[in-house]
Design a protein around this ligand. Sequence first.
Ligand code: NAD
Length: 417
Amino acid sequence: MVVDIINPYAVAVTQFDEAAERLGLSRSMRNILRAPKRELIVNFPVRLDNGDVQMYTGYRVQHNINRGPAKGGIRFSPEVSLDEVRALAMWMTWKCAVVDIPFGGAKGGVICDPHQMSRGELERLSRRYATEISILMGPNSDIPAPDMNTNPQIMAWMMDTYSMHQGYSVPATITGKPLAIGGSEGRLDATARGVQVVTKAAMRHLDMTPENSSVVIQGFGNVGGITARLLHESGCKVIGLSDISGGVYNPRGIDVPMAMRFSREHGSLRGLPGTEPVTNRELLELPCDILIPAALENQLTKENAGRVQARLVVEAANGPTNVEGDRILNENGIMVVPDILANAGGVTVSYFEWVQDLQHFFWSENEINQRLEAIMTRAFNAVMAKAVAQDTHLRMGAYLLAVSRVAEATELRGIYP
Ligand code: NAD
């Protein structure tokens, strides 16, 4: 793993500042858009199975809600920090604006290690955290979703907790729920499907064809695993995969459905037949056409970006490239499809789930996938057009588009009072 001790909020603000400068935003507008609107810190007790009571700290940050209710996932991890949640909330604001869905940005997290907790402890933690942040939550105010180490079951507990407080069911207050209680068809695959749409669009732009394109993917979870499957189905040759236990490599191509079965049965990709092991660090530097970081932040940095051999990097994870890494990739002429565009498929289908819950009227998987493809294609084309018109790279194109949309909404609404 590549470790770079860089504050993700500093990265997010630096990216914003560059876009604001280029857009010529006024000092007042920059100050408004730089600052998170609300930051809630909660310290709360959870009873453990052995009878002890443990205190936990959680956060919910709303960055900007001028374009609509706050939207963003909840992360359970020992590494959660207020600055990480702030950064992720700001990225959510830009992500919703880039795909032009009517939400503002938010994020939440609890400092905990869910792998060390029983199901009962996890349920009590989830319900108590939902209670603590319920002063912000609501279908018109703040709509959480899953993120790292949270899942549809946890969303179900949180939806139930919020609904118990209201006295009636409020499915539209959280997305990523199981289908049986107002979840959406296609939600599980949505982020990866969006990654597939923008990858294929970028490939067309670079005159790359699936049959002549090799792909390396870091991370084999919800996003990385399904992206691998979809690109494999599209005819690309997936040659490298990894999870937290390390990477596997076969330059002739990996049988992705077999890798998925193997990972399910053995708990990791380690020892996948027909592959040679590589470290996660080596994986990022393998000879390939397309590199897809789909695990965690700060993976492409000044330490290794110069050795990336791919022509195209698609950021399925949030914040996988830091500012220095990004500069090096750009200097080397590598096209980078930025996270706020590449992984926006998840929030887009969350938006569909919210709309369906509010209308109590549900769409078929086919309708979901078609609408998702239309929105992701429209967003990719708009970002590409902006980047070409401004003679810049796709990340700046995406930021220029997103920040100008949020700035316009802020300008139109004016300053209260
Ligand atoms: P996940 O927990 O399902 O999977 C994460 C994967 O990364 C696992 O395979 C894990 O083994 C691997 N991993 C963890 N640490 C690693 C390391 N040090 N080196 C290599 N691999 C490592 O998570 P996910 O939902 O797939 O999310 C992955 C990324 O995508 C995150 O950055 C997340 O914020 C982002 N994202 C997810 C969604 C979504 O809908 N799930 C939407 C937008 C963005």
